[in-house]
Design a protein around this ligand. Structure first.
Ligand SMILES: Nc1ncnc2c1ncn2[C@@H]1O[C@H](COP(=O)(O)OP(=O)(O)OP(=O)(O)O)[C@@H](O)[C@H]1O
Length: 262
């Protein structure tokens, strides 16, 4: 039997390690010296006032910012110990492993079935029986199967907003990612759909690592294990969510969560 030190155990649970990350949009220094570790099979919430860099930070985790011409990044981000900013990184594989759900559901204008089968088909899966199995499994995982199983060949655009967002989550799960990035995934949803997506995150964290940007403080408190507070491109504080919302270490965090600014 191998005895593990506490340090080893922590390292084993670390999914993402961010080291001295800086990001510039041209002259705008949007992220300053970010150091952060994110645990696997847990939910990390990113909170902070508008424009503080939450979405920018989220996009660094699967190099979505590469798509913006003016962006310059320094520092390192390790996912499973691999530096994703290394020149040898295959960005397509990275985005398959670290997938993203956006603020507004964005289903493709095609059937429910084809939305889910789209990613696996691009990655080379052709057999109908295999695709059928992936479509059912992904929709089950996204808690949408029962609502759509009789209309798989109907347009995804006919679904409600909340159903569309769960469809987008199912579409992501179909390519078997490890990490789910969620950028305010419930901000366009009604309270019942929001609750369904929140419940879904609690089930999904058994299999995935989830990082969620939210403006909704109650949501962060309800669903996340750790919370990181950003202000003006600086990571002010990160800790267990209970601690952040009861006894934060930094006065600026306290001012924010008690509604004194933002
Ligand atoms: N595509 C872009 N090009 C240039 N600057 C950008 C771009 N996206 C964001 N920024 C700038 O980066 C800074 C951080 O913005 P970001 O969208 O990351 O903040 P945020 O905390 O997610 O805000 P919100 O809560 O309003 O979504 C802002 O100064 C913003 O103007």
């Amino acid at each position: 039997m191998t005895l593990m030190t506490a340090e080893n155990q922590t390292a084993e649970r670390t999914k993402i390690k961010v080291n001295q990350l800086n990001l510039y949009y041209g002259d705008n220094h949007a992220l300053h010296n970010i150091d952060l570790e994110i645990e696997q099979n847990a939910i990390a919430a990113l909170i902070g006032p508008s424009g503080c860099g939450k979405s920018t930070f989220l996009r660094t985790l699967n190099r979505m910012n590469d798509l913006i011409d003016s962006v310059r990044v320094s520092g390192n981000i390790y996912v499973d110990g691999q530096n994703i900013y290394d020149s040898s990184t295959d960005v397509v594989s990275l985005r398959k492993k670290v997938g993203m759900v956006f603020q507004r559901p964005n289903p493709f204008p095609m059937s429910i079935y084809d939305n889910i089968a789209y990613g696996p088909r691009i990655h080379g899966t052709r057999k109908k029986a295999v695709l059928d199995e992936i479509v059912e499994r992904s929709l089950q995982q996204a808690a949408l199967w029962d609502e759509v199983k009789d209309r798989l060949n109907k347009s995804a655009l006919g679904l409600s907003g909340g159903q569309q967002q769960r469809l987008c989550i199912a579409r992501l799960l179909a390519v078997e990612p490890d990490v789910l990035l969620m950028d305010e995934p419930t901000s366009a949803l009604d309270p019942i759909s929001t609750l369904k997506v929140e419940e879904l995150t609690q089930v999904l964290k058994d299999k995935y690592t989830i990082i969620i940007v939210t403006h909704n403080m109650q949501q962060a408190a309800r669903i996340s294990d750790t919370t990181a507070f950003f202000l003006n491109g600086v990571l002010v504080e990160t800790d267990k969510t209970d601690k952040i919302f009861t006894t934060p270490s930094d006065q600026r965090t306290e001012d924010y969560i008690t509604g004194r600014f933002g």
